[in-house]
Design a protein around this ligand. Sequence first.
Ligand code: SF4
Length: 359
Amino acid sequence: MAITHRKDTRPVRVGDLIIGGSDQVVVQSMTTTKTHDVEATVNEIHRLEEAGCQVVRVACPDDRAADAIPEIKKRINIPLVVDIHFDYKMALKAIEGGADKIRINPGNIGRREKVEAVVNAAKKRGIPIRIGVNAGSLEKHILKKYGYPTAEGMVESALHHIKILEDLDFHDIIVSLKASDVQLAIEAYTKAAEAIKYPLHLGITESGTQFAGTVKSAAGLGAILSKGIGSTLRISLSADPVEEVKVGRELLKSFGLAANAATLISCPTCGRIEIDLISIANEVEEYISTIKAPIKVAVLGCAVNGPGEAREADIGIAGARGEGLLFRHGEIIRKVPEDIMVEELKKEVDKLAEEHYKK
Ligand code: SF4
């Protein structure tokens, strides 16, 4: 059963995508390369695109990075977000260079003329601004008021930055409220969803290494998504960013929120197993990872409970002695010899994907 996802957020255009205003949740990641190294950055972005990343962010710490934006933009296929800390000149350069969105907190830019210059440039090019509130770097007056980072303080900080943009009649806004404390992040996003009509960008910051960070992000973002909150997300891992995309897509699949990803159902195996299920499941998982259609594929160790247990699968295989049983929605369609069953399953998956793409 899919959850009822919040749709009443403002739709904000980012390149050729719309974030907000629907139940779609867009998967993002961030490059780990030096942005001025165009070759390495573009290569990493291509790997992220291949993994299903829909929006990519690059850091823009200096002029060399800002100067690289036009060339990076030219060579990639997904919307490009440029992350700027304070320097409004860097923001102007990034906007001029073709950024599809910038991430900057207007309250940190400084004098009003500087804020206006950035907002006007973004307006002119029709690109949004993401406000990124971080529990670890809340404004002094907010910390003083609450004593330590709280969900209320984080939302207050977001509203403070939003007001600066709204006062300049700028409304293409996306907001994140990241914390590395899972409970704090859940509370902040829950409160923000009540107070803010702009799309929310979800994330648990500094969540850790691939394994620990995956569990922590899934716990935190899972709780937030289960409330129907979030229009885009980034999993932050101390790992290859391709892993962030894989985790993000898998998380969305668990909530029926990934419209462009195939899902694997595989049994935990038990004493009834008739095939080498673990390696087959890994092979099939790898195979379907680049499929951009919402197909459910099952791989089951035996036919005893198998096909019936995976009734929701669009296509599946269950091990039998020396052969595999191909099934669709719980009904066996044919038997295939064990040595070619994985290949046969892949062909059926390709057929279903083709049918979906043609629709
Ligand atoms: Fe065991 Fe068969 Fe169920 Fe897999 S599908 S857990 S092998 S009974």
